[in-house]
Design a protein around this ligand. Structure first.
Ligand code: HEC
Ligand code: HEC
Length: 352
């Protein structure tokens, strides 16, 4: 959006100068430049299933454990089992699956959750994704050797490689032959090729068809407050917003620990709450349970009787902070005005 606005601004400038013919504007002459070889290299990091693009390097399960404990466990659990921040990464696969290349538990209705190792067909995808995107709070901070190591550890957690294993560009293809769901991926469906078979069982309706299908999902009341207000936790892009899972008021529901938060929300001016969600604070801070950062309730419990701390907290929001609640850092927010930060911090601490 910002880029587009800039381009339009540039175009307007050209047009205003009156020296550039309209035709030239259409080819964007004078705007942009060829990417340099270094820029292309920096972006060109994809690793394909045939391992094209895989950098040379290696890493042991043992080194991977240290990286995992320091940089991954806080979100994914010591054994990759946590469902707190994202679905579990490890679990649900067996040694037998490694022989068949199909994960049996995927079709077992008793299996409570689907883990990454149950689903992923190609080990290259794991390498690519971790190197590209993890840890979530510092993507692209791992070296290729770190990535091999932490991936080796993850594979060891899933019993796919032994404890003394050293994963490298030389042996990763052998690991592929042990991936539990390596034959579980299909491209033989209508989502892949337009002339392929649709993956739905229904026959096409040709007359008297339903005009409009409304697809909805809902949570039973007993589960509705399990992850606090879904409406506040969305990413800001994409068309779908989460429902306001605080309504009707949660105090009426079994999750009693939500009561103080509901009370807090009721007394807060709308602006503090709005600022909190429009500035994305809610992506990391939920009302009553810790997510990436401490919950609002935790912050309030810690500081509510000490108003002299407000300035210190405002400073932390502005400049970023780490170490008070754990090893995950809060990023700085230099773009938010001091006044807005002050409103939000006061709201978090005092509820008004
Ligand atoms: C601050 C929290 C956080 C930390 C730390 C973190 N992750 Fe993640 N991880 C996430 C989230 C959130 C997702 C889902 C992201 C998405 O779908 O956009 C994710 C997704 C993943 C996935 C993909 C799972 C899938 O099935 O799509 C892998 C693999 C993974 N993380 C590995 C790691 C490794 C390895 C580390 C440590 C180097 C790490 N993560 C550190 C939060 C974290
Ligand atoms: C990417 C995640 C993330 C975002 C976004 C985020 N925070 Fe934080 N926040 C954290 C983490 C992690 C901590 C704990 C830092 C620490 O341990 O020192 C924290 C701590 C805090 C604290 C307590 C500091 C202390 O010393 O006790 C306040 C207050 C706070 N955040 C407010 C905000 C506000 C206001 C926003 C929105 C402008 C915001 N945060 C956005 C992750 C985040």
């Amino acid at each position: 959006m910002f880029k587009l606005a800039k381009t339009i601004a540039a175009l307007t400038l050209f047009a205003g100068a009156g020296t550039v013919a309209a035709q030239n504007l259409l080819v964007f002459e004078g705007i942009g430049r060829e990417a340099t070889a270094n820029e292309v290299t920096a972006w060109d990091i994809d690793v394909r299933p045939d391992f094209k693009g895989l950098p040379k390097g290696s890493g042991s399960v043992e080194d991977g454990m240290n990286i995992w404990d320091a940089q991954c466990a806080s979100c994914h659990g010591a054994f990759g089992e946590s469902a707190e921040v994202f679905g579990p990464l490890v679990g649900g696969t067996t040694i037998e699956d490694q022989k068949t290349g199909r994960v049996a538990s995927l079709t077992n209705p008793a299996q409570p959750q689907r883990s990454t190792l149950m689903k992923v067909a190609t080990v290259s995808t794991l390498y690519d994704y971790i190197y590209r995107a993890m840890p979530w709070n510092a993507p692209r901070s791992l070296t290729p050797d770190d990535t091999y190591a932490v991936l080796a550890y993850m594979l060891n957690l899933g019993d796919i490689v032994p404890e003394d294993f050293v994963l490298s560009d030389q042996n990763i293809a052998e690991v592929q032959d042990r991936m539990p769901n390596r034959y579980g991926m299909t491209t033989d469906h209508g989502m892949w090729t337009v002339d392929g078979k649709p993956d739905a069982l229904n026959t096409a309706c040709m007359s008297n068809c339903i005009q409009e299908v409304v697809i909805t999902s809902s949570l039973p009341d007993f589960a509705r407050n399990a992850h606090e207000n879904l409406a506040e936790q969305d990413r800001t892009f994409g068309p779908y917003r989460g429902i306001d899972s605080t309504k009707p008021p949660l105090a009426a529901l079994p999750g009693v620990n939500y009561q103080p938060v509901v009370a807090m929300a009721a007394t807060a001016g709308p602006s503090a709450k709005q600022l909190f969600s429009s500035n994305n604070c809610a992506a990391c801070h939920a009302a009553a349970s810790a997510m990436v950062g401490p919950s609002i309730k935790q912050v309030s419990d810690k500081y509510k009787d000490k108003s002299e701390n407000l300035a210190m907290l405002e400073e932390k929001v502005k400049k970023g902070a780490v170490g008070t609640w754990g090893q995950i850092p809060m990023p700085p927010h230099p773009q938010i005005s001091d006044d807005d930060i002050s409103v939000m911090v006061k709201w978090m601490v005092t509820g008004s």
